[in-house]
Design a protein around this ligand. Structure first.
Ligand code: BTN
Length: 280
């Protein structure tokens, strides 16, 4: 295990001449060749008092976690698996907003480095050419003294050359969509840099009004009819599925959905959203 301020040296497969070295600043960055899950390691570090902004990054995860108990495939040498420890001084109800900031930070970083057209599937899947490139798993823990910490876990499919046939119609990598290999170290640094800016502003304003327009601009669901699943998609019964037109997010990060002329607010974390014919 190494602790260093140059995580780009930890992912040895990629070496590039110039990195935005300041993006990681002076914060602690824990780099691993392989661990079960960067979110789990970050949790352990947070419990032991690690400071806000601490990053955990791994070249491979042996037990990468996705949302809703799913597995996040995390093979060696091709993806970004990183988690950031946050200690937000905001009301607990605003914390889900952090996930949306993470999604926007990843979208910015991909656009900046790869020039690819990125969209977001609410609340936090990042897509290129309608296929999922990145997922975010935000976990919140309230300590006994009432203090809370949040682990923002980000998984990006960067240089994978293929996906299993059962998911290749909905998952992809930056390599498959752009035809170019991407420097993972630099991309990870851009994500951290972009997230920091959003997070600082969120801490000041305590709501998401400053990202609403930008987020809605790249929101793939906007203006589309969507299905809202309460509970696991695979097991959803008829009465757990609602249909409506997604209008965009509000300043809390909730998705506004129009149903029979009425606007309903759907909170992130409670539901899954799908398009009428599949993933988007
Ligand atoms: C999703 O299901 O879309 C969320 C996937 C989140 C994966 C990332 S990879 C880094 C961090 N560590 C984990 O175990 N999971 C998250």
């Amino acid at each position: 295990m190494t602790i260093q301020n140059k995580p780009w040296e930890a992912i040895k497969a990629d070496k590039a001449a110039a990195y935005p070295e300041n993006a990681f600043g002076k914060r602690p960055v824990y780099c691993y060749d392989e661990i079960p899950s960067t979110n789990e390691k970050a949790k352990e570090l947070a419990l032991n008092g690690a400071e806000e902004g601490t990053i955990v990054i791994a070249d491979r995860q042996s037990a990468g976690k996705g949302r809703r108990g799913r597995v996040w495939s995390s093979e060696k040498g091709s993806g970004i698996y990183m988690s950031m420890i946050l200690r937000p001084k905001i009301e607990t109800e605003h914390i889900p907003g952090i996930t949306l900031l993470g999604a926007l930070a990843v979208a910015d970083a991909i656009k900046k480095q790869c020039g690819a057209d990125v969209s977001i599937k609410w609340p936090n899947d990042i897509l290129v050419a309608k296929k999922k490139i990145c997922g975010i798993l935000t976990e919140m823990h309230i300590e006994e003294d009432g203090d809370c910490y949040v682990i923002l876990g980000i998984g990006i499919n960067v240089n994978q050359e293929k996906f299993p046939s059962e998911i290749e119609n909905k998952a992809s990598s930056l390599f498959l969509e752009t035809g170019k290999k991407t420097d993972r170290n630099r991309l990870a640094a851009y994500v951290a840099e972009s997230f920091d800016g959003y997070y600082r502003q969120f801490a000041k304003e305590q709501n998401l009004s400053f990202i609403v327009d930008r987020y809605n601009q790249i929101l793939i669901n906007k203006g589309k009819t969507v299905k809202i699943y309460h509970g696991l998609i695979e097991e959803a019964k008829e009465e757990q599925i609602e249909t409506g037109v997604a209008m965009g997010i509000d300043t809390d990060g909730a998705l506004l959905v129009e149903q029979n002329g009425r606007i309903q607010k759907v909170a992130a974390g409670e539901v899954s959203v799908r398009g009428m014919d599949g993933y988007v």
